[in-house]
Design a protein around this ligand. Structure first.
Ligand code: GRF
Length: 200
């Protein structure tokens, strides 16, 4: 059997997308396995959730590192020790440096709560409502040095309803996030395995 693609998830908070990835990867036919969860925030609610699900989970407190390079070197060391091949950012709130991003080029994914290239950055639901958009949604993309601008892997659209507030809209978008992130990881893991498969 072809080994599954070893995948790490980076979080900063509640970790609901992380849970969706862990859940999807329970299926033996899923081409990736979640081998590690890392958080830059020790208080992240997602850490104990990952452990309860049987996944190794560790905080690397960004405050303990005076420089971003040292924090990222600690991240890389953990990823290497776990033999991670793909990194999924899931509500990870640190902007990663260009050299770190370059090392993971084509193997680092992010989920963003808007229909990119619209609404890069924070507070996307509030901004979608303020702009009177009829349609909103979420995007999984490869991470590049430019924030929220890498090649798009998957998107889901959500209609903005009359009477929506930011919380109601966020909840409907989040449901779609939990659907498309595992689908996107599935596709990327399959193509990574296909690219690395020995010729027969
Ligand atoms: C999600 O809305 C995701 O799109 C954004 O941050 C939020 C993280 O939520 N990048 P969770 O921690 O996965 O529940």
């Amino acid at each position: 059997m072809i080994p599954r693609v070893r995948t790490a998830v980076l979080i900063s908070g509640r970790g609901s997308n992380m849970s969706a990835l862990i859940e999807a990867a329970r299926a033996p036919s899923f081409p990736a396995e979640i081998v590690l969860v890392l958080s830059d925030e020790p208080a992240a609610a997602g850490l104990p959730i990952a452990r309860d699900a049987g996944v190794a989970a560790k905080a690397i407190d960004y405050r303990a590192y005076p420089k971003k390079e040292a924090f990222e070197a600690a991240l890389d060391a953990r990823l290497l020790a776990a033999s991670a091949e793909i990194v999924c950012l899931a509500g990870f709130m640190r902007v990663l440096s260009p050299p770190f991003v370059e090392r993971w080029k084509g193997r680092m994914l992010n989920i963003h709560p808007s229909l990119l290239p619209n609404l890069r950055g924070l507070h996307t639901h509030r901004r979608a409502l303020a702009q009177g958009l009829a349609e909103h949604g979420c995007t999984v993309h490869f991470v590049t040095a430019e924030l929220d601008a890498g090649p798009i892997i998957a998107q889901a659209r959500v209609r903005v309803l009359k009477g929506d507030d930011a919380d109601a809209l966020a909840a409907r978008v989040l449901k779609e996030e939990h659907r498309i992130y595992p689908e996107a990881l599935n596709a990327v893991a399959r193509s990574l395995r296909a690219a690395n498969a020995p010729e027969t």
